[in-house]
Design a protein around this ligand. Structure first.
Ligand SMILES: Nc1ncnc2c1ncn2[C@@H]1O[C@H](COP(=O)(O)OP(=O)(O)OP(=O)(O)O)[C@@H](O)[C@H]1O
Ligand SMILES: [Mg+2]
Length: 489
């Protein structure tokens, strides 16, 4: 099966999200769709998979113009897309979910379904337990389940939108292996949307590059990262090294602090973070760093010990008191936690402006307009936050940051961002550091941790390991620590 997109156009108000895009997709190929935040990648994929209609243009399947409406229609034509956060139905088991979501195409048959799941486990090295609850699955396992489900529905085109965000390096290896099988052996078209160059270079046979809604280039692989970056941004980027700053007095002090959640407990944390210092937190997802960061921002209680911000004892206080002391928390799930779906940008600004009984709307709007210009946000203050692309949402979050916070606690501040946007976010963070803000951040990108941290704390199963001299640290050594091998210190 071959698919051709011809002259696809899609506008959202003033934004020309897809501007005359034509591409040919051939079976048996893994095709990368690359582009910076807001380039129009997700829009194009939603059009192809029926989640969104194009304003104009054609989808031609094996020479025939297709006319499907909705994702179900696309599925019957063999086109399936893996949603970014699939399957939020926690109360069901894997098997139930699998059979239910086969929908009416055939009757739920537990035995057949179980066999299909086992076959997929054997073939792709997936680890799907039919009896496990969906709520207990990792993001990677949810992806695996969704892939198996789409395959059982007979898809010939499998679209994955940013599938490596939020999964570990090993899980990525398993996912990519499965995708290679599907293209090479089953002749599927695999479309990988990403702005991670290394993913595209590792996996894809060819790559299309989008920029500001337009198709700006196409390459057969292999090619160099520099070549792709040049197409994405129009010029090659230079990596900036953070300048040294002199550190000030302690901003955050933890003494004998202990905390727990349903999965693990951390005991006896003694730590001082100085003004201007950047502390990177490394570790596999769920190793305790998420809870630790929330505790630093007053969002998770201490079981024992004390926490001070600027010499103020805050152990028994809530997030408001931490905010008043100058602590700002930026959550990884931007729209889930940091930003609020259903609110406009101006309304977000009103939320963080000084608390008065009556909101000064004209001021909130004009303040947001100023920030939109200054932070180069593609959106208007009357837009709802969910209308913005991921990168632009992150810019809004940064635009809402106070000018000179005492402490920034940032969970994966560059997750899902392209190179240029990630650098921009760091420019913002480092600018505040220069004026004495202390920064605690987490990342699953080890290079980012090594590049920006004055000190690193590795979390492993609730244990903390501090690396105070990062000058000689290699990515490889950090990887060993993260895996729980501390003996090599
Ligand atoms: N439902 C919508 N309403 C209004 N504007 C939208 C909508 N969906 C996308 N846009 C706009 O269209 C443009 C392209 O967005 P799209 O989500 O396709 O980008 P993307 O390349 O997937 O970016 P990212 O890497 O950030 O996910 C952006 O400017 C975005 O704000
Ligand atoms: Mg996208």
């Amino acid at each position: 099966m071959n698919i051709e997109l011809r002259h696809i156009h899609k506008r959202f108000g003033p934004v020309h999200a897809n501007n005359d895009i034509s591409i040919m997709l051939n079976e048996g190929r893994i095709i990368g769709v690359l582009g910076e935040n807001g380039a129009g990648k997700s829009t194009l994929m939603k059009i192809l998979s029926g989640y969104q209609p194009a304003d104009s243009g054609e989808i031609v399947i094996d020479g025939q113009t297709a006319s499907f409406t909705g994702p179900r229609g696309a599925l019957t034509q063999g086109i399936g897309m893996l949603q970014q956060d699939p399957l939020d139905v926690g109360a069901f088991t894997v098997l139930e979910n699998f059979t239910f979501r086969l929908d009416s195409l055939f009757l739920p048959n537990r035995r057949v379904a179980k066999q299909q799941l086992r076959a997929a486990n054997a073939r792709f090295g997936f680890a799907l337990d039919p009896e496990a609850l969906i709520s207990s699955l990792s993001i990677a396992q949810r992806q695996q389940l969704e892939i198996v489900r789409l395959l059982s529905l007979g898809v010939k085109v499998l679209i994955l939108d940013e599938p490596t965000t939020g999964i570990s390096a090993e899980q990525k290896v398993a996912l990519f292996d499965a995708l290679r099988h599907l293209a090479r052996e089953d002749n599927l078209i695999v479309l990988l949307v990403s702005h991670k160059l290394e993913d595209v270079i590792e996996l894809c046979d060819e790559v299309f590059v989008l920029r500001a809604g337009q198709m700006v280039g196409r390459r057969a692989m292999p090619t160099t990262p520099a070549d792709l970056v040049t197409m994405m941004f129009g010029q090659a980027l230079e990596v900036k090294q953070p300048e040294a700053v002199s550190l000030g007095s302690p901003v955050l002090q933890l003494a004998g602090a202990a905390m727990h959640d349903s999965r693990l407990s951390i005991a006896d944390i003694n730590l001082e973070i100085l003004a201007g210092e950047v502390i990177g937190l490394a570790g596999l997802e769920g190793s305790g760093q998420e809870m630790f960061m929330r505790a630093c921002a007053g969002l998770h209680p201490l079981d024992a010990g004390s926490i001070q911000v600027d010499q103020r004892a805050l152990s028994r206080h809530n997030y408001r008191a931490f905010m008043d002391a100058g602590v700002f928390f930026g959550a990884a799930g931007r729209v889930e936690e940091g930003l609020i779906a259903g609110l406009t940008l101006a309304e977000h600004m009103a939320l963080v402006m000084d608390r008065r009984p009556v909101v000064d709307w004209p001021r909130a709007r004009s303040k947001m307009d100023t920030q939109i210009t200054q932070y180069n946000i593609r959106g208007r203050s009357s837009d709802f936050i969910e209308q913005l692309s991921g990168g632009n949402q992150q810019r809004v979050l940064m635009a809402l940051l106070p000018e000179a916070p005492a402490l920034l606690v940032l969970e994966q501040p560059t997750r899902g961002l392209d190179v240029e946007s990630a650098q921009w976010v760091w420019t913002q963070i480092l600018a505040r550091r220069r004026t004495g803000t202390a920064v605690v951040f987490s990342s699953s990108d080890l290079e980012e941790i090594v590049a920006y941290s004055d000190r690193i704390i590795v979390f492993y199963a609730g244990r903390l390991h501090e690396i105070s001299d990062t000058s000689q640290l290699t990515i490889d050594a950090l990887g060993h620590f993260i895996g729980g091998e501390f003996s090599a210190t």
